[in-house]
Ligand binder design. Structure first.
Ligand SMILES: [Zn+2]
Length: 361
């Protein structure tokens, strides 16, 4: 077994689940340290604390450089390419790895001000793409994973929810700002007719990639269960009535697995009270027949952002392994319905979370 930090060694309860152990058993801190030590992987901002104790986010330029570094270091095991451009000409990055028949697509940061899933995805790319261990090679022979990393770079640049299209009069979005990307995935809208280039790029990627599983990473406000525990994560599957029973079943199996991965990391997980609109990715890719899941990380205080990034990262790696090694089919989908409903908003956070609350993604 490779060396593991003492603090991690002591924390035996959360380690043994993964097949890809060497990197997964490390904390993000030690992953970043390793990356720096290896220098080829050095990404100056990766998960380093920001001045307020939170996660220092990759700028768009840093993200491009980091993805390029990962691709180079992966020596052919990771491919990074642009699958479109934002209205301001920023590339929309798709990173892929693996050659296997089980195809998964992760999407991060459709909403520009919901950034943490992007940081998790960068770490997942490193873990799944860079390791040359036998277990990592075996997993890559079972899966093909695509990650659309930060599909709203213009929104990220402005730290707002929408894309950048100030002349638009969007049905879903904000005049003077842009469209809400996560309302424009309706399967009846062809990509070439889609007014939202980021959503069109996701649609095209989906159609070319043909994933059996799609997971879409967002962020929400702050909520508590009736017993007072703060919810760190909410998840939900397609609930549009036209989604086929097999797709709902498969989505719930993914939900149960992802729920287990998060709670295994001490996350506190609820269902997300999402609507049935067909244009939301969660519903749209379910309507197209995939297992589809929404993951919402709560906007916890800065000192807990690293926890949020780590739990989402663990769930990304865990789901890839579970799908690759056939561990989803045996899951009882009814267990998803037993995931508790989201509780009340954390008192006093209303103003701070108002924009995120409008999510309903
Ligand atoms: Zn969102």
């Amino acid at each position: 077994m490779p060396s593991v930090a003492g603090a991690e060694r002591a924390n035996v309860v959360r380690s043994p689940r993964h097949v890809i152990r060497p990197l997964v058993r490390l904390t993000l801190t030690s992953i970043a340290a390793l990356a720096v030590a290896a220098s080829t992987l050095a990404s100056p901002a990766a998960a380093a604390p920001a001045s307020d104790g939170g996660v220092r986010l990759h700028t768009n330029a840093e993200l491009a450089r980091t993805l390029a570094r990962i691709e180079r270091a992966a020596d052919g095991r990771v491919n990074v390419r642009s699958v479109g451009t934002s209205n301001e000409g920023r590339p929309l990055w798709l990173a892929t790895l693996g050659t296997g028949p089980v195809r998964l697509l992760y999407v991060t940061q459709q909403h520009g001000d919901e950034p943490l899933g992007t940081e998790s995805a960068i770490h997942a790319l490193r873990t799944l793409g860079l390791s040359d261990s036998a277990s990592a090679r075996r997993l890559r022979s079972k899966i093909t994973l695509g990650i659309l990393v930060r599909v709203n770079p213009d929104g990220h640049e402005r730290n707002w929810r929408f894309n950048f299209d100030p002349d638009a009069q969007p049905e879903f979005g904000q005049a003077g700002q842009g469209y809400d990307i996560n309302r424009y995935h309706n399967p009846e809208i062809a990509p070439e007719d889609n007014p939202v280039p980021e959503a069109a790029a996701i649609q095209r990627t989906y159609l070319a990639f043909r994933p059996s599983i799609v997971v879409d990473y967002h962020m929400q406000g702050r909520y508590v269960f009736p017993d007072g525990r703060e919810i760190t994560t909410s998840i939900f599957w397609p609930n549009n009535p036209d989604v086929s029973a097999p797709a709902v079943r498969a989505s719930k199996q993914v939900a149960v697995r992802v729920h287990g991965a998060f709670t295994g990391e001490r996350a506190v997980v609820s269902q997300y009270p999402g609507g049935d609109f067909r244009g939301i990715a969660r519903n749209a890719y379910g309507l197209r027949g995939s297992a589809s899941l929404l993951v919402e990380l709560s906007s916890l205080p800065p000192e807990r952002e690293r926890f949020q990034v780590r739990t989402a990262y663990e769930s990304m790696v865990d789901l890839a392994e579970a799908a690759g090694f056939g561990r989803l089919a045996g899951i009882d989908p009814a267990e998803a319905d037993a995931i508790p409903l989201r509780g009340e908003e954390l008192p006093g956070t209303g103003a701070a979370t108002r924009d995120l609350e409008a999510d309903a993604a």
